[in-house]
Design a protein around this ligand. Structure first.
Ligand code: GLN
Length: 373
């Protein structure tokens, strides 16, 4: 197992938990030590407390939602209807490269729309954040992920672009911007890139790819319309085809959590230690996730977690706590918006238990009132 334990104390602090404990440990560590082993063990204690708090949060959340029966597998892609709807796994990877998990962390599902995040990252990394902002846009559509009406509303002649790279029309256009002279070159460019985020070579679920390629007439129409309106400059069929293949990349919960943790860690994979993308480009990717990661339910998601997230109809959801951790949950049954029911509930619960919502802060203590004479 590829664990990198950097500074356990930093981890405890970064997680915003056991803060008192960690601060006490830091104060201890700062003192010249009478016995050389004492400060180390205080830091180690703080780290152990943080680690056990994370593992307990995962275990209890898993137990709480394990038997929940709501939602149903996506079936508009026939192969997805056949996926075992009982798969349920949770993995959290800290920016220290520590991996916490519970449940099924090895069964693979198709990445689906979560791929859109990493294709967006590829284009921003190659062409800069303006390339996306000026051509596709970075605004919520407020409509379903495969809405055709949203394309009509986003026409440049109406003051657009009012689209984003995380709904199908914007995602297919983003894939059309990935560099490569041939279809294969574009595809390998993407697959290698995703694999760097996951920290291992990823592959495609051929059955899901075939199943979606045979039934994706709606996405083909979206690609054609995006071409007609000038969002896609060339080869719209190729863009839709590569987009369909990227959605069929097979991932387990650990892959997804490592991908999320790489974004949480400023673009460097905390498990492999490899620099994947430049830190300066990561905030743009996270901003689009916060705006549109759960489609038309992104507001509700942000309201409860405060974290950029992304869902896929394969049943996965990732969320990124910048500087702290990436988390992923897989559970195939979805709600009406196309988001995994259990994954949403589980991540909400864990974020609350770990105080990981960046908008939730304790007020500074008020200044002492001026003395009265
Ligand atoms: N491949 C799926 C589609 O294009 C992805 C959608 C999703 O995960 N929301 O319809």
């Amino acid at each position: 197992m590829n664990r990198i334990y950097r500074t356990p104390l930093t981890m405890a602090v970064a997680l915003g938990m056991t803060l008192t404990l960690a601060t006490a440990a830091a104060a201890q560590a700062a003192k010249p030590a009478a016995k050389p082993s004492a400060p180390k063990s205080a830091a180690a204690q703080a780290a152990a407390a943080a680690a056990s708090q994370i593992q307990t949060a995962l275990n209890e959340t898993y137990a709480k939602f394990q038997n929940l029966q709501e939602g149903k597998n996506a079936d508009y892609i026939p192969a997805l209807a056949k996926v075992d709807s009982k798969i349920f796994g949770i993995v959290l990877v800290t920016t220290d490269g520590k991996i916490y998990s519970v449940g099924d962390t090895t069964s693979r599902v198709s990445i689906q729309s979560i791929s859109k995040v990493f294709t967006l990252a590829r284009v921003i990394e190659d062409q800069g954040p303006e390339a996306i902002e000026n051509t596709i846009g970075v605004d919520a559509t407020g409509m379903r992920f495969n809405s055709i009406v949203s394309i009509e509303f986003s026409q440049k002649s109406l003051g657009g672009p009012e689209m984003n790279s995380l709904v199908n029309p914007g995602a297919i256009a983003t894939t059309s911007m990935v560099k490569g002279d041939t279809r294969d070159a574009v595809w390998l460019n993407l697959l290698d890139w995703y694999s760097l985020f996951a920290g291992r070579p990823l592959t495609v679920d051929a059955e899901v790819f075939k199943s979606e390629a045979e039934t994706n007439q709606r996405n083909q129409a979206i690609g054609a319309l995006m071409y007609a309106y000038g969002y896609i400059k060339a080869k719209p069929d190729q863009a839709t085809d590569v987009y369909t293949e990227q959605c069929a990349v097979a991932v387990n919960t650990r892959d997804l959590a490592t991908m999320a943790a790489t974004l949480a860690n400023g673009g460097t994979n905390p498990v492999t230690g490899k620099v994947v993308m430049s830190a300066k480009n990561v905030p743009y990717v996270l901003a689009v996730m916060a705006t549109a990661g759960l489609y038309d339910d992104t507001g509700k998601w942000l309201y409860h977690t405060g974290l950029p997230g992304k869902s896929g109809v394969g049943g996965g959801i990732i969320a990124v706590a910048p500087g702290k951790f990436g988390i992923a949950v897989i559970s195939p049954p979805l709600d009406d918006a196309g988001n995994s029911v259990k994954a949403q509930k589980a991540i909400r619960e864990i974020v609350a238990r770990l105080n990981a919502n960046p908008y939730a802060v304790q007020p500074r203590s008020a200044p002492a009132p001026a003395p009265t004479r």
